[in-house]
Design a protein around this ligand. Structure first.
Ligand code: TMP
Length: 202
């Protein structure tokens, strides 16, 4: 089973992934946790370029996609062995950040993703939080100020737009406490997703 966590910076993805991994562990499921960008040894170099150089948006887009192509190879190896994989960010990040945030051509991004990153998570949890709320979280103020509030508003709205045509995205209100958000994720998982698990591709 392949599961992704998405959301703007400060939405609490990494904390919630850890808690979800622990929850799965309590059900005797050992999940592998990974992240984008830089989830593999090889793509750490790409991650370094993305984070440290002011490069054209087109180049950054292609680096995120290259990073994902390398990542997919590792994810598929695990899925083929029947393992569970949880990723902190995947293709919806590219659509939300480069498409809606940086105003790149969404159709072109979708074509690249369809062509080079066809693997899709069975379920994506979108941790939905307003930039206003995220900015108040530890360590987020400077980052959100740097990229600009308007940018994050567009990314956040972009994520919600993406959920409209895709039943595999589960929107979670992530404005509450860590524990509240975790409870909401588990509630969704147990009530809706697990019941229909046999009907969704793994
Ligand atoms: P993070 O490791 O803290 O989540 O930071 C990764 C940053 O990269 C975050 O601001 C989102 C951004 N990003 C994109 O813009 N496009 C992408 O496709 C991915 C995976 C991340």
């Amino acid at each position: 089973m392949f599961i992704a966590f998405e959301g703007i910076d400060g939405s609490g993805k990494s904390t919630q992934i850890k808690l979800f991994k622990d929850y799965l562990k309590s059900k005797s499921i050992d999940a592998f946790v990974t992240a984008e960008p830089g989830g593999t040894e090889a793509s750490k170099m790409l991650d370094f370029i993305i984070r440290n150089f002011d490069i054209p948006t087109e180049a950054r887009l292609l680096l995120f996609i290259s990073d994902r192509i390398i990542h997919i190879k590792e994810i598929e190896e695990k899925l083929n062995r029947g393992e569970w994989v949880l990723t902190d960010r995947y293709s919806y990040s590219t659509l939300a950040y480069q498409g809606y945030g940086e105003c790149m051509d969404i159709k072109m991004i979708r074509e690249l993703l369809d062509r080079f990153c066809p693997l899709m998570p069975a379920v994506t949890f979108l941790l939905n939080i307003s930039p206003k709320c995220a900015i108040n979280r530890a360590g987020m103020h400077d980052l959100i100020e740097r990229k600009g509030y308007e940018f994050y508003r567009q990314v956040s709205e972009g994520y919600l737009q993406l959920t409209k045509n895709d039943k595999r995205i589960v929107v979670i209100d992530a404005s509450g406490s860590i524990n509240d958000v975790h409870k909401k994720i588990i509630e969704k998982w147990e009530n809706e997703i697990e019941r229909t698990k046999s009907r969704i591709s793994v």
